[in-house]
Write a protein that binds this ligand. Structure first.
Ligand code: PEP
Length: 300
């Protein structure tokens, strides 16, 4: 496995030293680079990711969700939507949104194969996913980690996704919060190993989704408080600066996921300063999801 990871990451690996040198020397070239970077740093748009999981049951149901989402997207001024559908529906979702009229809607997958192709029955490669219209892919969701996905697999998938021109949405999160703050090191390690071997030049292609396991799918709809999300967002962004360098790190959105609802989403992106939210269950309830999108869009 290790050998394969190395092979996959070969193209993506660039010396961090070189990158740091690029942005610290005040040459003409570097000044131009900063000008290109700055609009992304000032990105005001929030991201709402819908994770449909193993839903809905039929292609007919997908049609209903699409028409519901379509009825609200045109009114959204400051929100980008990423709909992460099961592999079977990616093509349908992708072809239902016009590339010109619905620029704020993208399609994502929920996973990709750890292999590029071959005799791996049931697997779907990044290239296949990209070729049917998805531009994003969730990697390392807690529901996949729960069935055996290791940090090493998450890393291989991230590098393969980038090679396939897919933007990875990397999920990290602790199962419990301890008073000593051990969970912070746990999250750091998850990020460190997920991004292992990735050149900082790919920073503008990734999204980090902070999804505490105790909040994902919680029956009591338990979430972090906006204050806790703000703290976590600062913590993750500071760590990204450490491993990627300042300019690349500022391009990485950090979103929150775990029992997000129409009621709590605005506070999480407002006071909580999350760059967006990852929504599971409520992304399938059209009335609630439409309200959630409107509420997030109203956040200043
Ligand atoms: C998820 O699917 O990642 C998720 C956060 O689910 P839910 O919003 O239902 O907790």
């Amino acid at each position: 496995m290790k050998k394969k990871v190395k092979k996959v990451s070969k193209k993506l690996i660039k010396s961090k030293k070189t990158h740091k040198k690029d942005i610290s020397k005040p040459s003409k070239k570097n000044i131009q680079k900063k000008q290109v970077i700055s609009p992304k740093i000032l990105r005001k748009k929030k991201i709402v990711i819908g994770n449909w999981k193993e839903n809905p049951a039929t292609s007919e149901d997908v049609k209903n969700i699409i028409s519901g989402v379509k009825s609200v997207v045109k009114d959204l001024k400051k929100t980008d939507i990423i709909l992460c559908a099961p592999h079977a529906f990616i093509s349908q979702v992708s072809s239902s949104f016009s590339k010109n009229l619905n620029k704020n809607v993208s399609v994502g997958a929920q996973d990709l194969s750890v292999k590029k192709g071959g005799s791996f029955t049931g697997e779907v490669s990044g290239t296949m996913i990209r070729s049917v219209g998805a531009t994003y892919v969730i990697i390392g969701h807690s529901e996949r980690r729960a069935v055996g996905e290791t940090d090493e697999i998450v890393n291989t998938k991230l590098l393969l996704a980038l090679q396939s021109d897919l933007k990875p949405i990397v999920c990290v999160g602790e199962s419990v919060r301890d008073d000593q703050g051990e969970y912070l090191s746990y999250i750091k390690n998850q990020i460190k190993s997920a991004l292992n071997g990735m050149s900082p030049k790919y920073a503008d292609k990734i999204i980090i989704a902070y999804e505490p396991i105790w909040a994902v799918g919680s029956k009591e709809m338990q979430t972090v408080s906006p204050y806790e999300m703000h703290q976590m967002s600062i913590f993750i962004k500071k760590y990204l600066i450490e491993i990627l360098g300042l300019a690349p790190a500022t391009m990485v959105p950090v979103v929150y996921g775990g029992s997000v609802t129409a009621e709590n989403a605005a506070a999480i992106v407002g006071e909580g300063e999350a760059d967006g939210v990852l929504v599971g269950r409520e992304s399938l309830d059209l009335i609630k999801f439409k309200q959630l999108l409107k509420n997030v869009d109203l956040v200043k």
